[in-house]
Design a binder for this molecule. Structure first.
Ligand code: C2E
Ligand code: MG
Ligand code: MG
Length: 393
């Protein structure tokens, strides 16, 4: 029978021995290294589980994580640390970011049964079991063609009050998709960066604006007044007459500026800061609301919040989705909500998928939520029936 193999890397000889004893009882063949450089030299890429201590003299656990990532190690990785939980937490994130199979972690000191439980729960990965699906990058010419031939469609995702009641908030976010004749619906993350790099983003923004404002007017004519959020990258904020053009477009569609929220997604540092601030300030003066999207990540930072006249903060979904299992993510969400309250801004949580997460956000005083729990983004023709259903008493 092929026994699964477990390697432990820890400079504490007693502890490494203890881990091996427990693992052998659980049916593993074990090997221990008390020096990480020897492990690096001798590792022959045959291990099902690697248990790694973070604090070691010489080469430490973080360097071993980097090494494992370089050799594309597909063993299950368990991290151990006697240091504070923040260190263990960052190391876990780092390992995941590197694409390693993180299977768990152990705070030292731990008891035999804690390790046994962890080992019991592990499904031994067979090598090369998963291959990452290959996603084709669309090219610029195709995107240009799509813009000219109306292949871009806008879907809408409702925003609701945190009690889950659509009656308290009637708002949607416009999210663009590419209806490709051969590949079907393509998600924005795949083509927005191309549009930004090749100066097609302004055209894309206007297509989304035209489509969603007409749609909003049509809902209004049917008796549904809905607030509309539109995503805009900072690269669009360079034409000084943008506020005037937007003001006109909103008016032409028989809508009011206060119904429109512009969500600023920062994919790059604002290059022409003065110009962007000029534009953002005048958009706000026209009555259009500004929202800082994906707050807490990338360039969506406190500095931007301080500089520009935002009226809404959208808490990035990476924090929201992890807040139930990760107390640090929860603290971040809590802090952002408090910050919003202090600055008199509306807080919106993205990526709410469970009722327990909704409940937690409600307790923390968050204003609104968006997420699969309430609705996925949907084609325009499904929005009116959705609201009709959810606005019923
Ligand atoms: P975003 O503005 O932060 O939009 C939220 C994204 O989270 C959307 O992805 C939405 O479908 C997804 N989402 C919503 N609820 C949940 C949930 O409960 N769970 C999970 N896992 N995901 C959820 P989508 O539609 O793929 O859009 C991705 C990003 O593309 C948007 O992030 C936005 O930054 C950008 N984008 C979309 N449309 C436009 C546009 O017209 N212009 C620009 N510049 N960017 C756009
Ligand atoms: Mg957004
Ligand atoms: Mg977002």
């Amino acid at each position: 029978m092929n026994q699964p193999k477990l390697i432990v890397i820890d400079d504490e000889i007693d502890l490494a021995g203890f881990v091996c004893d427990v693992a052998e009882m659980a049916g593993f063949k074990t090997e221990q290294y008390n020096n990480a450089s020897i492990f690096k030299e001798q590792y022959n890429r045959h291990a099902d589980i690697i248990i790694l201590d973070l604090m070691m003299p010489g080469i430490d656990g973080i360097e071993v994580i980097r090494f494992l990532a370089e050799i594309q190690c597909n063993a299950q990785l368990i991290l151990m640390s006697g240091f504070d939980s923040g260190v263990l937490h960052s190391a876990q994130k780092l390992a995941t970011e590197h694409g390693l199979n993180l299977a768990g972690s152990l705070n030292k000191p731990f008891r035999a049964h804690q390790l046994e439980q962890l080992l019991d729960g592990l499904i031994i990965s067979t090598k090369n079991q998963h291959s990452t699906p290959h996603i084709e990058q669309p090219d610029v010419d195709e995107l240009q063609h799509a813009l000219r031939h109306n292949e871009l469609v806008v879907h809408y995702q409702p925003k609701v009050g945190l009690n889950g009641n659509a009656k308290t908030v009637v708002a949607v976010e416009a999210l663009v998709r590419w209806h490709h004749p051969e590949h079907g619906l393509i998600a924005p993350d795949l083509f927005i960066p191309i549009a930004e790099q090749h100066e097609l983003i302004d055209d894309l923004t206007w297509v989304v604006l035209e489509q969603s404002l007409s749609q909003c007017k049509s809902w209004l004519d049917q008796g549904l007044t809905v607030q509309l959020s539109i995503n805009m990258s900072t690269t669009t904020l360079k034409e000084l007459d943008l506020p005037e053009k937007m003001g006109q477009l909103i008016e032409q569609h028989g809508l009011q500026p206060k119904q429109i929220v512009i969500e600023i997604t920062e994919s790059a540092l604002m290059q022409e800061l003065v110009k962007s601030l000029d534009i953002l300030t005048r958009l706000r003066m026209k009555g259009i609301h500004l929202s800082i999207d994906d707050f807490g990540t990338g360039y969506s930072s406190l500095v931007q919040l301080h500089r520009a006249p935002f009226s809404e903060i959208k808490i990035d979904r990476s924090f929201v989705s992890e807040m139930e299992t990760d107390s640090e993510a929860e603290s971040i969400v809590e802090t952002i909500i408090m910050l919003g309250q202090k600055l008199n801004m509306k807080t919106v949580a993205e990526g709410v998928e469970t009722t327990s997460c909704q409940k937690k956000l409600l307790e923390l005083g968050c204003d609104q939520a968006q997420g699969y729990l309430f609705s996925r983004p949907m084609p325009a023709d499904e929005v009116f029936p959705w609201f009709t259903e959810h606005l019923k008493s």
